[in-house]
Design a protein around this ligand. Structure first.
Ligand SMILES: [Zn+2]
Length: 253
């Protein structure tokens, strides 16, 4: 069965599919600018709410090379044979989408500060605004640090994520989820900065402070409200456009 061609036509034939593929590619490029590149490893995926299919960066391109054409469609139905161009870590995305109907965007990357933070037993603190975004909503997965190649491992990671926004994969990287691919891409950048700043505070060798619970709540309600996240996304898209002007021609619908 010519899976790849059929599936590409499926999503590329609809305005919603094209918009999602463009957002996914813009998200991948902003992750690259934020330091998430590790050759062609790591993925970003997106689905429309309620759909049993989603789109994901193909296995061959890096975040910095992503385009709407370098996207494949995949299914949350485990009986559907994946595209040959689907990334090997597809089961991670399938398991999370199956477990979390509220999640419509997933980033998995080997971002250096997120990865190193996940190699420690430190609790993520609201050292900066960034840390406040994730206070109390990160999980830790330690069973294996290998590439996620099967659905059982994906399901264990979804369990460690629980109803949170991010899960550290020990000695491997991080997974960040959002109610849209825009949220997931922005939050993956926020998590990387939160980890970087806390590691910096830790390395100072002196005591450091972090935000109060009240401030964390206030920050979550304002700095990370949907309207604010939208403005961070729009800023990052403009930055991607300055770095890669060809991205400005990607289909909007
Ligand atoms: Zn990985």
């Amino acid at each position: 069965m010519p899976m790849t061609d059929t599936r590409r036509e499926n999503w590329a034939a609809t305005p919603v599919g094209r918009r999602l593929a463009t957002q996914l590619s813009q998200g991948a490029r902003m992750l690259s600018l934020d330091g998430h590149d590790d050759f062609n490893q790591g993925q970003i995926s997106a689905r429309t709410p309620g759909a049993d299919t989603f789109v994901i960066k193909n296995a061959l391109v890096g975040f910095d090379e992503s385009t709407p054409d370098a996207v494949v469609e995949a299914s949350t139905d485990l009986d559907v044979e994946p595209s040959p161009l689907a990334p090997p870590e597809l089961p991670l995305h399938q398991a999370i989408y199956r477990a979390r109907p509220d999640v419509n965007g997933i980033v998995h990357s080997h971002a250096p500060h997120t990865l190193v933070f996940g190699a420690t037993d430190l609790e993520l603190r609201p050292v900066s605004h960034d840390g406040a975004c994730f206070a109390g909503s990160t999980g830790m997965y330690t069973t294996t640090s290998n590439t996620v190649l099967d659905i059982e491992t994906g399901e264990q990671i979804a369990e460690a994520l629980a109803d949170g926004n991010a899960v550290f994969l020990r000695n491997h990287g991080g997974v960040v989820v959002g109610k849209s691919v825009r949220h997931a891409a922005v939050f993956a950048q926020v998590l990387e900065r939160a980890c970087r700043l806390q590691l910096l505070a830790e390395s100072s060798g002196v005591r450091y402070a972090w935000s109060t619970e009240l401030d964390v709540k206030l920050k979550q309600d304002f700095i990370y409200a949907d309207l604010s996240v939208r403005s961070y996304w729009d800023y990052a898209v403009r930055r991607v456009g300055r770095e890669w002007p060809e991205s400005l021609t990607w289909p909007k619908n």
